[in-house]
Design a protein around this ligand. Structure first.
Ligand code: NAD
Length: 391
């Protein structure tokens, strides 16, 4: 059984799927590990460190693709790489099966067994494999750090002999995993934090972090879409949120916005007027940029100046924290691998709800019903973003 660790090729990607420290339990099971030269360099892991952990360094990428039985990855391999996969091999990673299902056609036809980390069911048993949450945590932290680095002010309140500096005011929109980490980070830096989410349940979590939860009367409509996620709202309900956001923006130095509805473009919540109402030097970080963005001015992947306000729309913040993002991701991957590797043998049991939920395709056939539907020729989604925007 050969497990391959590839060097990620997506522009700007610095993470690696497994680190040297991840290999102990795999090697102990008798699994051979082979690493593409330089795979972990950007995440601080040298070829030598992998070798010391028991891996061999592959001659080249093509031979690794052709011989590996299991390939944990961060991003989906491109079509040329997919065409080289060993038939029957298993690929696990952020494969974007709901955004771009047909980008996986070649791998499905090899056939390779594909597992998508985005599709791991968010149930208690699978929490340790929840890579979306791991990466959202990193992104929420880094969004606040990026904003603190940009604003021409200090975050904490300072009382000095030269006078008192008031704390920065941070407004977080969407108090899910990324939003809560943004709140916690901004609080640690001493900011005064307000937050808004359509899910009333988020209020308690926001307050427990020492931030103020802003309530909007949405007329009693249901805002929970199942599984703890938000539902898609009507334009009228969205407008009430937009009004609150415009009012709050006027006294905020930083907005970190994270609102998303699974499988839908991100809700447009921040009007141009809200950005224009902010003080010069203020910063908006739109973490929903990969799904189109929460701000109507957002251009995914592009940094803009709107008057005196900086609008950031990063597409891959976890790649700016490659060591810890890789460490968390590798742990999620290892926990997932434990479901398909028993004493060094590969066993794909699709009766397991976690495996069935995460499985894009097995033996040449789609497995997850949402993906299967999208792969029917008539149902290919209009991609949320172009490839250029995705980068
Ligand atoms: P997400 O990335 O889909 O959305 C981020 C936040 O945006 C959510 O809190 C959502 O309510 C909010 N939002 C959506 N539309 C909005 C709007 N119009 N206005 C304001 N806010 C809006 O969500 P997420 O961060 O991945 O997770 C959301 C929920 O799932 C949370 O309750 C979280 O605790 C839960 N969760 C559960 C598990 C698990 O059980 N294993 C794992 C992760 C997250």
């Amino acid at each position: 059984m050969l497990l391959g660790i590839l060097k990620e090729t997506a522009p700007g990607e610095t993470r690696v799927a497994l680190l040297p420290e991840s290999l102990k339990s795999l090697v102990a099971q008798g699994i051979a590990v082979s690493v593409e030269p330089g795979a972990g360099l950007a995440a601080g892991a040298s070829d030598q460190a992998y070798a010391e952990a028991g891996a061999t360094i592959a001659a080249d990428r093509a031979s690794l693709l052709a011989t590996a039985d299991i390939l944990p990855v961060v991003n989906a391999p491109d079509a040329a790489d997919q065409a080289r996969l060993k038939p029957g091999s298993v690929v696990i990673g952020f494969l974007k099966p709901l955004d771009a299902p047909h980008a996986l056609d070649t791998a499905i036809a090899r056939p390779a067994t594909l597992f998508s980390m985005e599709l791991v069911p968010r149930i208690s048993r699978a929490q340790s494999m929840d890579a979306l949450s791991s990466m959202a945590t990193v992104a929420g932290y880094k969004a606040v750090i990026a904003a603190a680095d940009r604003i021409p002010r200090l975050f904490p309140m300072l009382m000095t002999a030269a006078g008192t500096i008031p704390p920065a005011r941070v407004f977080v929109i969407g108090a899910g995993v990324a939003g809560l980490q943004a709140i916690a980070t901004a609080r640690r830096l001493g900011a005064v934090v307000e937050a808004y989410d359509v899910r009333a349940a988020a209020g308690e979590q926001v307050r427990s972090l020492g931030a103020k939860f802003l309530d909007v009367d949405l007329g009693g409509i249901s805002t929970e879409g199942g599984g703890g996620y938000a539902a898609e709202l009507t334009e009228e309900a969205l407008d009430r949120g937009r009004d609150l956001i415009t009012r709050t923006a006027a006294h905020s130095d930083v907005i970190v916005t994270t609102a998303q509805v699974p499988g839908r473009p991100a809700p447009r919540l921040i009007r141009q007027a809200a950005v224009e109402a902010m003080r010069p030097g203020s910063v908006v970080v739109d973490l929903a940029a990969p799904a189109g963005g929460n701000c109507e001015l957002t251009k995914p992947g592009v940094e803009q100046k709107i008057g005196g306000v900086t609008l950031l729309a990063p597409l891959n913040l976890p790649a700016e924290v490659p060591v810890h993002a890789s460490q968390l991701y590798a742990r999620n991957i290892l926990n997932f691998l434990a479901l398909i590797l028993k004493k060094g043998e590969l066993t794909v049991d699709l009766a397991d709800e976690v495996l069935a939920g995460a499985c894009v395709a097995h033996n040449g056939k789609p497995v997850n019903p949402r993906v299967a539907k999208l792969l029917e020729p008539a149902n290919a989604p209009a991609n949320l973003l172009t490839d250029a925007q995705r980068r």
